[in-house]
Design a protein around this ligand. Structure first.
Ligand code: PBG
Length: 323
């Protein structure tokens, strides 16, 4: 008899397909990145990310509640200050927009969800780099670490449960861990952006945070061609105290994600970033892709590649579909 093997048998009804499905995608595995801007009267649409906005403090609170009701597992907050300066002072100021908004969310949501903060200076600096610059105009690794330590403590004081250092400075996880512990924040955890690539897919995010950047981030973010280096970064971050690690972007780096998931003793996140969102939204708006099916396939694939959790701008909407 030929064919001897018939894998199609297990695909023949929806019930069979459900029974043998290898990958789960649940709302609690999704983390919603959110933007909050200082001094705006109404939410501001981000044109390259249709459906995503810069929130006011009030609209942020409402959107956060909606996300939690939908079952989303966490919220990752980014702040957009009114003023930028060379040192990114708005990041360490307890009255800076990000810290104020963290306080709002913690007051509103308590421990019902995991409140996360982006621990990075690029939204706050007038040159748009993720760290401070030396006299030669280069990103100064160790001077930046001092600022990250202060920023981390300010975010923890404001109520963040988990910090996401995303600047790719050497030693950032260790410095932040030490600063948190010294300030009595032993229980505030670190989701380290360990393997973060210098990616063209961040384009729409730069609009989202009114980025001041000219040039690129190639002296601190990784080169697209390098996979082994990602495992080194992950190992270092775990040794420095990372509670969870991240690979970013997701879709063009699923091989790195798979390798990270196999190597990591701690939970692994992947960031389904702005450019990945924009591509699908643009194609769907043109009628070239089935939007819902595409989004669920993207998220399922990131899970299949090994992510325990996914940061995605579709978190609330996808959670509602999955419910
Ligand atoms: C840096 C940061 C960036 C993103 C998250 N954190 C931008 C960058 O590194 O240039 C990008 C997220 C996205 O594109 O969705 N604070």
């Amino acid at each position: 008899m030929f064919p001897e093997h018939r894998p199609r048998r297990l695909r023949s009804t929806a019930a069979l397909r459900r029974l043998v499905s290898e990958t789960t995608l649940r709302p609690r595995q999704l983390i919603l990145p959110m933007f909050v801007a200082e001094g705006i009267e109404a939410p501001r649409p981000i044109s390259s990310m249709p459906g995503v906005v810069q929130h006011t403090r009030e609209s942020l609170r409402k959107a956060a509640v909606d996300a939690v009701r939908a079952g989303v597992g966490g919220l990752m907050l980014f702040g957009i200050p009114r003023e930028h300066d060379p040192l990114g002072c708005g990041a360490t100021d307890e009255n800076g927009i990000l810290n104020v908004a963290l306080r709002d969310l913690r007051a509103e949501l308590g421990d019902d969800t995991v409140i996360m903060a982006d621990t990075c200076l690029d939204e706050f600096t007038d040159h748009g780099h993720c760290g401070v610059l030396n006299a030669a105009g280069e990103v100064d690794n160790d001077a930046t670490l001092d600022v990250y330590a202060k920023m981390a403590v300010a975010q923890a004081d404001a109520g963040a449960h988990m910090l996401g250092p995303s600047g790719m400075m050497d030693g950032q996880v260790g410095v932040i861990r030490r600063a948190l512990d010294e300030a009595g924040h032993q229980n505030v955890s670190i989701l380290a952006y360990s393997a973060k690539y210098a990616s063209a897919f961040y384009g729409p995010f730069r609009e989202a945070v009114d980025s001041q950047l000219k040039g690129d981030r190639k002296t601190y973010q990784q080169d697209a061609g390098n996979a082994r280096e990602a495992l080194h970064e992950i190992e270092l971050d775990i040794a420095e105290g990372a509670d969870a690690i991240m690979v970013k972007p997701a879709l063009a780096y699923l091989d790195v994600l798979r390798a990270a998931a196999e190597a990591s003793p701690v939970p692994v996140a992947a960031y389904n970033i702005s450019g990945e969102y924009a591509m699908v939204e643009a194609a769907a708006a043109n009628g070239w892709l089935d939007r819902e099916r595409t989004i669920l396939e993207v998220l399922t694939s990131i899970r299949r590649a090994g992510a325990d959790m996914i940061l995605t701008y579709w978190a609330t909407e996808a959670a509602a579909w999955l419910d």
